[in-house]
Design a protein around this ligand. Structure first.
Ligand code: HSE
Length: 437
């Protein structure tokens, strides 16, 4: 057997610890697969005298990142620092030193991946990122290699566990968003600053990566339309249920005649769909491709051991390629670097979807007729309509509608006109609806 591959880890927190733990626990099985051992020899940690619940006696600990990335002993650097400033510099430094890099950093790849992969390509090293999307689910490998025969048509994913947990609890308990967010923070699912999770930024990072490897386009995080779950109310969750739907926060990317859709937002999904039944902090990605049809990938989107599992899968992939010709590796973004396409990203105003609408209205004759008139003038066809009395409220009624598909800018125009009606007393709530077929 070849000598073991030596790994340097930057960051011995939850995920770093999980990675070392699984590498040690399953060392023999991993070596049988990789054809050689994979051992962590160096690690950069914030504290050097901490007690760890895994064996660190053979790991040289340091506080200095460069000591790991410049170390001639280290073959592969695992970047687990998070953020995009130091993480970017140190990743580029590792590449410049001829190190292969495995990262779990979705923000880094989504925002700076194009630059990082170009540097890696020039240096003949690999940068892998399985753990960056949907935690332990091997979704990168599935899209990049498992679906390589297919033209991918679209992907839709529950790729933020915190948002999925909050929406699940809101539905199960009828609670307000803010109550469940506080609970998620208490349980440690949501960060103290949960902005990235609840405003859709984390999902947008992950969607950027999925779209790139699905369609062979450069990473374009700045073009993702982003909407989080902060405005979802218990009322909407309840009406969704009554209409046979669940509200899920989805990342959706789709190839159309006009270009690529790239959007994250709360979405009405029929309750019969498998993905509508993904609950709590779990993640799932649904892929539609021409040869395979639909395929669904489900599992833990975070956590020490699941994320460690994804990182080690990358380590094994890199270990296998150390002795092969660098021109024949699986390309970073699934497609050859010189064959990426420049398909445009479609602005959200041009995207076509169906909608759920909720309009707070005075309960008097003519209001509904005016609303229907405006929709008709904008060529928006109604699929279902109900009028509800919001719980504990005698002041107004909610007119609730599902529409057929319409281009977003047309819906914007209609909503503006509806909000100007005398009988409509507050903002219209709109949630996009996807059939996912
Ligand atoms: N914060 C992420 C989530 C986990 O809630 O899914 C790591 O990507």
């Amino acid at each position: 057997m070849l000598n073991p591959v030596k790994v340097g880890i930057l960051g011995l927190g939850t995920v770093g610890g999980g990675t070392v733990h699984v590498l040690q626990k399953n060392a023999a099985e991993i070596a049988r697969r990789a054809g050689r051992g994979i051992v962590v020899t160096h690690a950069c940690a914030k504290e050097l005298n901490k007690t760890y619940d895994y064996d660190i006696k053979d790991i040289i600990l340091t506080k200095d990142l460069s000591e790991v990335v410049c170390n001639p002993e280290v073959d592969i650097v695992v970047e687990l620092l998070g953020g995009t400033t130091i993480a970017k510099d140190i990743t580029l430094e590792a590449i410049a030193n001829g190190k292969h890099v495995v990262t779990a950093n979705k923000a880094l790849i989504a925002k700076y991946g194009n630059e990082i992969f170009a540097a890696a390509q020039e240096k003949g090293v690999m940068v892998t990122f399985e753990a960056a999307v949907a935690g332990g689910i091997p979704i990168i490998k599935a899209i990049r290699e498992g679906l390589t025969a297919n033209q991918i048509e679209w992907a839709a994913g529950i790729i933020n566990g915190t948002s999925n947990f909050i929406l699940t609890e809101m539905r199960d308990k009828g609670s307000e968003f803010s109550t469940v967010l506080a609970e998620a923070q208490r349980l440690g699912y949501a960060e103290r600053d949960p902005t990235f999770d609840i405003e859709g930024v984390d999902a947008a990072h992950k969607l950027t990566i999925i779209a790139s490897i699905a369609f062979g386009i450069p990473l374009q995080f700045d073009k993702v339309y982003m909407e989080g779950i902060t405005r979802i109310s218990p009322e909407d969750v309840q009406y969704a249920d009554e209409l046979g739907y669940r509200i899920k926060h989805l990342g959706i990317t789709k190839r159309t005649d006009k270009g690529i859709e790239l959007r994250v937002h709360p979405t009405f999904v029929a309750h019969k769909q498998l993905i509508a039944n993904v609950e709590g902090v779990m993640n799932a990605v649904l892929m539609q491709s021409d040869a395979l049809g639909q395929s669904l990938y489900y599992g833990a989107g975070a956590g020490a051991l699941p994320t460690g599992s994804a990182i080690i899968a990358d380590l094994v992939d890199v270990a296998r390629t150390l002795t092969t010709d660098s021109d024949n590796r699986v390309p970073h973004l699934a497609f050859q670097a010189n064959a990426l396409s420049n398909l445009p990203i479609i602005p959200i105003e041009e995207v076509e979807t169906a909608y759920y609408l909720r309009m707070p209205a005075i309960d008097k004759s003519g209001v509904l007729a005016h609303v229907a008139n405006i929709l008709s003038e904008n060529d928006i066809s109604i699929e279902a309509i109900i009028q509800k009395q919001p719980p504990n409220n005698e002041e107004y009624v909610s007119i609730v509608m599902l529409t057929h598909k319409v281009v977003e800018k047309q819906m914007n125009q209609a909503i503006k006109a509806i909000e100007n009606l005398d009988g409509i007393i507050d903002k219209v709530t709109r949630i996009r609806l996807e059939t996912l077929v």
